[in-house]
Design a protein around this ligand. Structure first.
Ligand SMILES: [Zn+2]
Length: 314
């Protein structure tokens, strides 16, 4: 029996020529000694390896660039998971925006709130954040959406500018009040440079919000009952949970530059109206963590909010 945790990215069985050679070390921290925690596919075999140092779980063999380009081309062509109802889309974006802004000081020192939304799709969520920031009294807002997806939300408020930027590197060293990487880093075979660039784009006093799936513990539990929970490889190539995010600052040598504002099971992004059982299961799985803490890993997803210390270099 095979169960997929998301409709958005199905798995694809890759052939030998679609895979890169096996990695000898962790792509985040370079650790060479890693432990196998699951098998993502057989023949050719791709293992999921856990790094004992930075605690990321990664595919031992990454898809080639050509494989990923082909995979996402098919994904965008076939994707039916996007909520087509504008009313529903609006409310989901508003709910996510309100959630991301919890703990964010929106008056971090400017009259113009600047948001970088990495992997932000059409920018609906960051545009909703901009609307809420304006509603709270900030004069103007600017949103840079970095995404391969062409579509961009339209704005009818001239106090808000939303722009699509093709390449994150163009923004390197820019100073944003809020940087968002929501459900995107798990797709990137070599995420370290991207993560470092995202941190570098946060101004002193600004914030970085990240959300990723963490389903390895669920996969391991399900396999004991003969259920194969789909990791959605090669869409997802990493699993980043509580231990990864809470060790990331020392991993990157950034202790003293950033602090964790909050670190907890991720928001349930689906709705009861559209996906009742998936939504109910997500809430039920996350609940025990609030009693048991970090020894309980069956949360499905993790999110973290960092703040850049004001004395750190811009
Ligand atoms: Zn590592």
């Amino acid at each position: 029996m095979k169960v997929s945790p998301t409709k958005a990215h199905g798995s694809r069985h890759l052939q030998e020529h679609e895979l890169s050679p096996e990695d000898s070390s962790c792509r985040i921290c370079g650790e060479k000694s890693r432990t196998m925690v699951a098998t993502l596919q057989h023949d050719p075999r791709v293992a999921l390896l856990r790094c004992p140092t930075c605690r990321v779980d990664s595919a031992a063999r990454m898809p080639t660039e050509e494989t990923l380009a082909s995979y996402y081309q098919d994904y965008f062509a076939e994707d039916t998971s996007v909520e087509q109802d504008d009313h529903v889309t609006f409310h989901i974006a508003e709910r996510l925006a309100t959630h991301i802004l919890k703990g964010v000081d929106i008056r971090v020192g400017t009259t113009r709130f600047r948001i970088l939304d990495f992997g932000g799709g059409d920018g609906s969520v960051s545009a909703a954040i901009a609307r809420q920031v304006i509603g709270a009294g900030v004069q103007r807002a600017y949103v840079a959406v970095v995404d391969v997806h062409d579509q961009l939300v339209t704005m009818d408020d001239d106090r808000i500018v939303v722009e699509k930027i093709a390449d994150l590197e163009r923004l390197a060293g820019d100073a944003f009040d809020l940087v968002i990487a929501s459900a995107v880093l798990e797709h990137i075979p070599d995420p370290r440079a991207t993560i470092e660039t995202l941190f570098a784009c946060v101004r002193p006093g600004g914030f970085l919000y990240a959300r990723t799936p963490t389903i390895t513990p669920l996969m391991q539990l399900c396999s004991r009952f003969g259920i194969q929970l789909d990791f959605t490889f090669p869409g997802h190539v990493h699993d980043m949970g509580q231990r990864f995010w809470e060790r990331l600052l020392p991993t990157l040598g950034m202790v003293g530059s950033f602090q964790i504002v909050r670190s907890k099971p991720s928001i349930v992004a689906t709705t009861f109206q559209r996906r009742f059982w998936a939504t109910a299961a997500a809430y039920l799985l996350k609940l025990p963590w609030y009693l048991l803490g970090r020894c309980y890993g069956l949360v499905g997803g993790w999110e973290v909010l960092y703040v850049r210390c004001r004395h750190s270099d811009p």
